[in-house]
Design a protein. Structure first.
Length: 294
C-alpha cells in the first residue's frame, strides 16, 4: 500500500512523508524492542552489585551517561518509547472508536440528539487538554504515580479531549454522505438502518481519519510528557517516561551537564515530528489542490 501512495506524491511532499514514516517507524520499533535494545532496566541502578554512579559522563559503560539519581540515560530513553506508545494506544484508540460511533449516530439521526451531542463535544473540546489531564491524573492516581495510574490518567484525558474531534469530523462526513444517491438506493431496496449506517455511510465517511489519528498520536505523547514534566507523571521505579526525566534534568542543564536532558528531549521531538509529518503529508494528499501545489 505504501508504494502506490508514494506514486501520488513528489518533491518536498514525498520527502516529508518518507521522513515521517521513517521516524514513526523508528519510534515504534524502539518501543517494541526496548527490552532487547536497552542495556539495562529502566529502574536499574547497579551492575554486578556496583552502583552506576550519579551524573557519570557518557563513556563505554554508559554511552549516554547517567542521571542525577543514577539511572542509565540510554536505557531510560529507550524504555520511555514504550511508555509513550502505550499512552498513544490507550488514549487514541478508545477515542477513535467512541468518536466515530457517536459521530455516525449524530450525523445520521440528526434532530435533538445531534444538537445535544455536538453541544457536549464543544463543551469538552473547549476545556484545556493539559489542565484536564492534570485533573484526571489527580482523580485516577490519587497522588500515586504508578504505571497503571499514570497511563490511565494520560489515556483517559487524551480520550476525553480527542472524542469530540472524531465526532465532529465523522458527523460532517455522514451528513454529506447520507444524502448521496447510493444511500437512497439502499433504502429503496429495503436495506435496514443499521446496514445503511455501517455498510454504506460509515465506510464512506472515514477517509480523513488517518490524518486526525496521526496528529492526535503526537498530541498524546506531548500530553504524557507534559504531565511528567509538571510532576503528575509516572515515578521512575514504575516506568521510564521522557517528561519526568526532563524535569529531573533541569538543574543539570544550568550546571553544564547536558547528557541527562538532551536524549529524552530529542526523543520527544523526533517521535512527535515523525507523526506530525505523516499527518501533514496525508492532509495534503487528501486535498487535490495542495497535492498539485507541491
Amino acid at each position: 500500500m505504501a508504494v502506490p501512495l508514494l506514486k501520488n506524491v513528489s518533491g518536498v511532499q514525498r520527502g516529508m512523508l518518507v521522513a515521517g514514516a521513517a521516524l514513526a517507524g523508528l519510534f515504534a520499533v524502539t518501543a517494541l524492542l526496548a527490552p532487547v535494545l536497552a542495556p539495562h532496566g529502566f529502574a536499574e541502578l547497579t551492575s554486578g552489585g556496583v552502583l552506576f554512579g550519579s551524573q557519570v559522563r557518557p563513556g563505554p559503560g554508559h554511552p549516554l551517561g547517567t542521571t542525577v539519581t543514577g539511572y542509565d540515560v540510554l536505557s531510560r530513553t529507550l524504555w520511555g518509547a514504550r511508555t509513550a506508545l502505550l499512552v498513544v494506544v490507550l488514549g487514541v484508540v478508545p477515542a477513535l472508536l467512541a468518536g466515530v460511533l457517536l459521530g455516525l449516530v449524530s450525523g445520521y439521526v440528526g434532530g435533538r440528539l445531534d444538537r445535544a451531542l455536538v453541544g457536549a463535544a464543544d463543551a469538552v473540546y473547549a476545556f484545556p487538554s493539559l489542565l484536564l489531564a492534570i485533573l484526571v491524573a489527580i482523580a485516577v492516581s490519587h497522588g500515586r504515580s504508578s504505571l497503571t495510574g499514570g497511563l490511565a490518567a494520560a489515556g483517559v484525558s487524551v480520550t476525553a479531549v480527542f472524542v469530540p474531534q472524531y465526532l465532529r469530523v465523522v458527523r460532517a462526513e455522514v451528513v454529506r454522505v447520507k444524502g448521496e444517491a447510493f444511500v437512497d438506493a439502499a433504502r429503496v431496496i429495503g436495506a435496514g438502518r443499521g446496514r445503511i449506517m455501517f455498510r454504506h455511510v460509515l465506510r464512506n465517511s472515514v477517509r480523513s481519519l488517518p490524518v486526525v489519528v496521526t496528529i492526535n498520536a503526537s498530541e498524546a505523547i506531548l500530553t504524557l510528557a507534559g504531565l511528567g514534566f509538571l510532576g503528575f507523571g509516572i515515578e521512575p521505579n514504575s516506568a521510564a517516561e521522557w517528561g519526568y526525566d526532563l524535569n529531573k534534568a533541569v538543574p543539570d542543564v544550568t550546571a553544564g551537564i547536558w547528557w541527562t536532558a538532551v536524549p529524552p528531549g530529542v526523543a520527544i521531538v523526533l517521535a512527535v515530528l515523525g507523526l506530525t509529518l505523516i499527518g501533514e503529508s496525508l492532509a495534503d494528499l487528501a486535498d487535490p489542490r495542495l497535492r498539485e501545489a507541491w
